[in-house]
Design a protein around this ligand. Structure first.
Ligand code: SF4
Length: 438
């Protein structure tokens, strides 16, 4: 049997798709690169922004007609859009066999079996106390250097624009024992770098009596032999504690890179977003971090055109970009998500204004990003080899700050996972070039 898997959205979804693939591999399925060659098509969706939803309906428009040629084809949709729409997805897209919610990932194999047997559409979107599928531990494919490990799911913050608490459910932290066991298994299989994942990783354990906190979890992960680098995403500025900041100075394996979503630079907008911090409180944390790790690379998320955002509010966001000097930003136009508080705000910013501000924001940041890359020229960095470079003929790797470096090495001399000292020789638009240092 063959499975075709399509994933939209964030890294959490990429991690979930790895688990789905693992579950079906255990049943003898092999992945294929095209839906037309598959017996099972799974689309793992995201609804944080509008685009992936549109993408889903266009994908279903292409895949459902494949059933004319292959009546045994089963089509399933999971993830946040599935959670949000439930069986209404099947009303909108007749021919869609399975809708599985964000807590139902581990039920998918039995749902596929039931659909094959009875040929009736199925939909399961209930929330359980523990999200199903979190304990599915996908073995890495041979040669995998970097692996994602979900440590928590859901969110209790209810920022006014965000759909996550409604589609992923309330915050749930996996038992630390299970996380450590999974990472030990990954390390034994050759994985050298782990990315700890969750909607709000730095509140890990806070609501589970008797569980350790995130800083302690990082210490325990750092104690696992074979793991050379630890990263995590995504975190909330209000939960960035002094203890967690100190851990950056304490643990050599913890990479000096942090994704710290700002969203907006104006206190008025932050307040309406329900973010729980002001611009000055955010800056204070950045300063504390930089006192501990002066070269830490920061990245962030920015929403432009939030309801009521004035030109002065937007200017405050640009000012924050200038003050913090992020390596990279992930910036988006605000899009109302159904059921969220902000969707009911009356003072929407026009599409043209949002578009124009987004372009200005990105152009402003491009200059900062390039300046940071240019500052690296002449430095020697420890690079973890990830594989051949995209353009070919060279190798590619990442610095501890997560910057991409391409460099020439004679074929066969190195392999993924190796740590090399690389001298940076040139800054490109989004990456660096270098040569292996003697
Ligand atoms: S912290 Fe806010 S933006 Fe992040 S997932 Fe939770 S509700 Fe959404």
């Amino acid at each position: 049997m063959k499975i075709y898997l399509e994933t939209y959205g964030c890294q959490m979804n990429v991690g979930d798709s790895g688990k789905i693939l693992h579950l079906f591999r255990q049943q003898g399925y092999e992945p294929v690169a095209a839906a037309r060659d598959a017996d099972l098509v799974v689309i793992n969706t995201c609804s944080v922004r509008e685009k992936p939803e549109l993408k889903l309906f266009s994908a279903l428009g292409r895949y459902i007609p494949l059933k004319r040629r292959n009546p045994d084809l089963v089509i399933a949709v999971g993830g946040c859009v599935a959670q949000q729409w439930g069986e209404r997805l099947q009303e909108k897209s007749p021919g869609l066999d399975i809708v599985f919610g964000t807590h139902q990932l581990d039920r998918l194999p039995e749902m596929v079996t039931a659909v094959r047997r009875r040929r009736i559409p199925l939909s399961r979107t209930e929330f359980g106390p523990v999200p199903g599928g979190l304990e599915v531990m996908a073995r890495p494919e041979s040669g995998t250097v970097s692996a994602m490990v979900t440590i928590m799911q859901g969110c209790d913050n209810f920022c006014s624009y965000c759909i996550v608490p409604y589609v992923r459910g309330r915050e749930y932290s996996r038992p630390s024992r299970a996380i450590i066991e999974e990472i030990e298994m990954l390390a034994a299989a050759g994985v050298r770098e782990v990315m700890l994942l969750g909607q709000n990783v730095n509140s890990y354990g806070c609501k589970t009596p008797g569980e350790i906190g995130f800083a302690e979890l990082l210490r325990q992960v750092a104690g696992i032999d074979g793991i050379a680098r630890i990263r995590f995403t995504t975190s909330h500025p209000k939960d960035l504690t002094d203890e967690l900041i100190a851990v950056f100075g304490e643990l050599e394996k913890l990479c000096p890179a942090l994704h710290l979503p700002l969203q907006a630079g104006s206190d008025r907008v932050l307040e309406r977003m329900g973010r729980g911090y002001s611009a000055s409180a955010y800056l204070e944390k950045v300063e504390k971090l930089r006192r501990v790790v002066p070269d830490i690379a920061l990245t962030t998320d920015i929403i432009v055109g939030f309801p009521g955002e004035s030109e002065a509010d937007f200017a405050a966001t640009l000012k924050m970009l200038e003050q913090v000097r992020y390596d990279q930003i992930f910036s988006f136009k605000y899009s109302p998500r159904p059921g969220t508080r902000a969707a009911a705000f009356a003072d929407m910013v026009s599409e043209e204004e949002k578009k124009e501000r987004l372009a200005r924001c990105q152009a402003f940041q491009d200059e900062i990003s390039f300046a940071i890359l240019a500052e690296q020229v002449g430095r020697v960095s420890e690079v973890m080899v990830t594989g051949p470079s995209k353009r070919g003929g060279e190798w590619s790797g990442r610095t501890p700050e997560n910057r991409i470096v391409n460099f020439p090495v004679a074929a066969g001399e190195i392999g993924p996972g190796e740590l090399l000292r690389v001298k940076i020789t040139e800054a490109m638009k989004h990456s660096l070039r270098g040569e292996v240092a003697p």
